[in-house]
Design a protein. Structure first.
Length: 292
């Protein structure tokens, strides 16, 4: 019996390692492609483990070579792809839309969780239904609206549209987190003379900060990877990383090394943001899993 139990445990462990390897290997191959030269990238069979690393792809993408600034850098596509401003555009848009979404969604989620008003359940259903509409269905109408009000190619315009797309999911997530906090806490604070705003700001919000962090991470990732709205609502000045990545696909071929280098560099800000909220994120993902 003991031997059979150990065999099952080893089988489960081996299966777990295989599943992890299945998901990690594409990420490894993508990351190592950023450090390969063209010969290793297009080699048949593919060069996976042994290759000569190079920083050429990063030099071509960011215009940096051996510590000095390179003004013009021509890639296989024939254009100037200096990417540092594009990373900055992505950071500004992602952080701005995340902050706006979380602020509005926190207030809305708390209201839906704590306040009883007529047609509240219908309102929650309406909020959910707005998220079901595909972005491509409203991209063209939003282009003409933005053109008329002067928000094309601006940080404000992209931050607003990303925040609007993030709000339904953020509101429903935060509502669920607030629902896991007992209403008895609010009632006891009201008996002691606390106002609704004081209860929200000093009692409920600190208890739900893990859920707020989890919601912020999801909003950040959506804004960081969003493609359709940025492609439609920007023209020349503002471009985020996903849109610029499509520029590496040209009639002469695809600059796989440059695309991988940009992808690796673009992952760093999102990874750092998740690390900053890691503790709160874990708490938010487990909030409500245990109840007394």
């Amino acid at each position: 019996m003991i031997v059979e139990s150990q065999a099952r445990r080893m089988t489960r462990t081996l299966a777990a390692y295989m599943v992890v390897a299945l998901f990690v290997f594409p990420l490894y191959f993508w990351a190592t492609t950023a450090f390969k030269n063209a010969k290793d990238i297009f080699n048949t069979p593919p060069t996976v483990w042994v290759f000569e690393p190079t920083l050429r792809n990063f030099e071509e993408v960011f215009g940096i070579s051996l510590g000095f600034f390179r003004q013009q850098e021509v890639l296989p596509g024939g254009g100037n792809f200096f990417m540092a401003p594009r990373l900055w555009d992505s950071i500004v848009v992602a952080l701005g839309s995340t902050l706006l979404s979380v602020i509005v969604a926190t207030l809305a989620g708390y209201s839906l969780s704590r306040m009883d008003f007529r047609f509240r359940h219908l309102f929650v259903g309406w909020v959910l239904s707005t998220r079901m509409m595909p972005p491509v269905a409203v991209a063209i109408p939003m282009f003409f609206i933005y053109k008329d009000i002067g928000l094309l190619d601006t940080y404000t315009g992209i931050i607003l549209i990303h925040a609007v797309m993030n709000l339904p999911l953020a509101v429903l997530l935060l509502k669920s987190f607030f629902d896991d906090i007992p209403r008895d806490i609010d009632e006891c604070a009201m008996i002691d003379g606390a106002s609704r705003w004081i209860i929200f700001r000093r009692i409920v919000l600190p208890m739900a900060r893990g859920g707020v962090a989890a919601t912020a991470v999801l909003c950040f990732i959506f804004s960081w990877t969003e493609f359709i709205f940025v492609l439609t609502l920007t023209q020349t000045g503002l471009k985020t990383v996903p849109v610029v990545s499509s520029s590496f696909v040209t009639s002469t071929g695809t600059a796989w090394g440059n695309m991988a280098a940009l992808g690796v560099a673009a992952t760093a800000p999102a990874f750092l943001f998740i690390l900053l909220v890691q503790k709160q994120l874990v708490r938010g993902l487990t909030l409500g899993s245990l109840k007394e």
